[in-house]
Design a protein around this ligand. Sequence first.
Ligand code: B12
Ligand code: SF4
Ligand code: SF4
Length: 330
Amino acid sequence: MSDVTQNRHAKTSRDTVAVKRRALELGFDAVGVASLEPNAHADELDQWLAAGYAGTMAYLHRQAEKRKHPARIMPDAQVAVVTLTNYFHGSAHPGLAPGVSTASGRVAQYAWSTDYHAVIGRRLELLATAVRDIVPGARTRCYVDAGPVPERELAQRAGLGWIGKNTMLINPTIGSFTFIGVIFTDAELVADLPFQADRCGTCRRCLEACPTDAFVESRTLDARRCISYLTIEHAAPFRDDERPLVGDWLFGCDVCQDVCPWNITFAETTSDPELAVRPEVAAPELAELLAVTPDEFARRFGDTPFERPGAAGLRRNAAAVSANRARAAP
Ligand code: B12
Ligand code: SF4
Ligand code: SF4
């Protein structure tokens, strides 16, 4: 290797270490660098879309080409810096979520605080600034749960964990209650080795615990049966066969993560001040939601994940939970 090449390698390694150190200083819990080869699971994505499992999430069809070829997401991108942020708020044994009374509906833990798109988005922008400082002239583009990015695949490729049978990215020391954030960049950073192992082994707890039987098989989710899809992404009124599926869940669902041994053993409660629990979203009263006006909804929930389905979506969900409880009552 020539001196020039050697010096360049030394510089890219130093730059990569500096970017990762800055990520941890900013409050990310784990960070890795992913290469941008075509998605190894492109065929699975095509089959999943063709089977109709995306339901009304039409954007997943539109974004498929980029998800299959992540290098096309940003021109000249060399790598993606991938971050994990732990949002676990403590034991949430199915049926016994902390803070949930019979007056309130159950809400998935990821939504118990200020909208993560804003919190993680701000943090990613700070990290992107650091990338541009460390590698002068570099360009960056940040994504968190928006845009045509195969986030879990990139996290696996960045060495941050494996994709479990419940389709979640599971980190062996943090678990799966994590947000994934991604920065595409044309900076020359050193890619990590992918996380190769499948640590699910013979376990099938998530597949068996799903209250709606939404898993067609391991790592294949029919989103149309998933409570998370029904209560958040699905915009239409519930059909009669959909309403009972949501059970007690007002917003999202955590069952396939709550039962996972990697969470039961390793997940630790976050102390991130920007992800502090807000009672009005963690345990909202059904009666209040049924009566909330659009102005009141915007004032109380405008900066929370409830904003996605909006007042009408939450009213639909609250009515379904109330009906399901009334039916289940002796
Ligand atoms: C659409 C979507 C949904 C849909 C569909 C979910 C799904 N499983 O696909 C719905 C609305 C149901 C949903 C629900 C939830 N979501 Co969501 N969602 C997304 C989104 C926008 C796209 C995911 C996607 O591409 N799905 C398409 C299908 C085909 O992909 P897939 O099931 O992951 O399958 C791929 C891989 O599994 C792989 N694959 C297939 N077979 C195999 C085999 C092996 C061995 C391997 C390694 C890989 C592999 O190939 C497939 C195609 O690429 C991402 C953000 C993003 N831009 O990536 C967030 C995201 C996946 N969601 C997230 C979260 C937090 C949730 C919920 C936990 C929220 C909640 N509590 O209610 C639930 C979890 C439900 C579940 N078990 O997945 C996080 C997950 C973080 C993590 N640690 O994994 C993400 C990454 C958002 C973020 N930035 O943090 N979500
Ligand atoms: S989030 Fe709930 S409904 Fe969706 S797959 Fe997991 S356990 Fe099933
Ligand atoms: S519950 Fe078991 S099978 Fe499911 S993701 Fe966790 S380890 Fe894998």
